[in-house]
Design a protein around this ligand. Structure first.
Ligand SMILES: O=P(O)(O)O[C@H]1O[C@H](CO)[C@@H](O)[C@H]1O
Ligand SMILES: O=c1cc[nH]c(=O)[nH]1
Length: 240
């Protein structure tokens, strides 16, 4: 039995599709919706479950916060033979049209993180798979989310709270970017380099420009949106 060195999972136990999320507790909550769910490993921030949804075998894996750690997870999933990945995340809104409780399907990510520049030149785009994106969008419309449903470009950052340098959120908001989070660019770049198809759905947990004043992803409306995006991701995965 050759375990993956960081996820500590035997590749032979992995299905060919995975739902990923930052929070290990969210991974457990998603796995609770599967039949016959089993936790294969919990190493560092990475919890790996496998189970079945609507007859489809899938893994649920947490990747932690930030692109470098998440990319390690995505690389090991590729080595295990995973071919389809959906990220189920939270994000801050950059769009006045999409408020807290809304869901955003990420069609592409702005590569403002540092990790992917070490993998491929910055001119290379971080783009979602079109079939995964369409399946997620249709499922999101059926998900009963407490807010609106949007589809468009998202921003991936390393910094969450600001320091003394101004963060580029306003520039990207003016360019039509819908939301900011911390891992999708890594997911899309690793997926493209390793021959996987990937997509992402995000529950908006507040106004991205207000995180320095007060960040509260634990409100009921955010919990409802996360439940809705989980329903959408499972439905999309079963349809793909
Ligand atoms: O809710 P998750 O999936 O962790 O995603 C978002 O939340 C974290 C920040 O609180 C970052 O990981 C960001 O990308
Ligand atoms: O990166 C993130 C994630 C959630 N909410 C934010 O404002 N930013």
């Amino acid at each position: 039995m050759n375990l993956l060195p960081i996820l500590r999972v035997d590749p032979a136990d992995m299905p060919d599709r995975a739902i990923v999320c930052g929070d290990p507790f969210r991974a457990a909550a998603i796995a609770a919706k599967l039949t016959d769910a089993v936790e294969l490993a919990h190493a560092r921030e990475y919890r790996t479950f496998v189970g079945t949804y609507e007859g489809v075998r899938l893994a649920v894996v947490s990747h932690g916060v930030g692109s470098p750690g998440a990319a390690v997870c995505f690389e090991e999933l590729a080595k295990a033979g995973v071919k389809t990945i959906i990220r189920v995340g939270t994000a801050g809104s950059l769009s006045p049209e999409h408020k807290t409780g809304s869901l955003i399907i990420s069609t592409a990510a702005v590569r403002e993180e540092g990790l992917t520049k070490q993998l491929v030149p910055i001119a290379f785009p971080a783009v979602a798979d079109s079939a995964v994106t369409e399946a997620l969008y249709q499922a999101a419309l059926e998900s009963g989310a407490p807010g609106s449903i949007g589809k468009g470009v998202t921003l991936t950052m390393d910094a969450f709270f600001s320091g003394v340098v101004e963060l580029p959120h306003e520039t990207y908001r003016r360019a039509g970017v819908l939301a900011v989070e911390m891992e999708i660019a890594a997911l899309y770049v690793v997926a493209m380099l390793r021959g996987m198809r990937a997509g992402a759905i995000l529950a908006l947990d507040g106004d991205s420009t207000a995180v320095d004043e007060g960040y509260d992803p634990h409100r009921d409306i955010v919990g409802e949106a996360v439940e809705a995006e989980i329903r959408a991701a499972l439905l999309a995965m079963a349809r793909l």
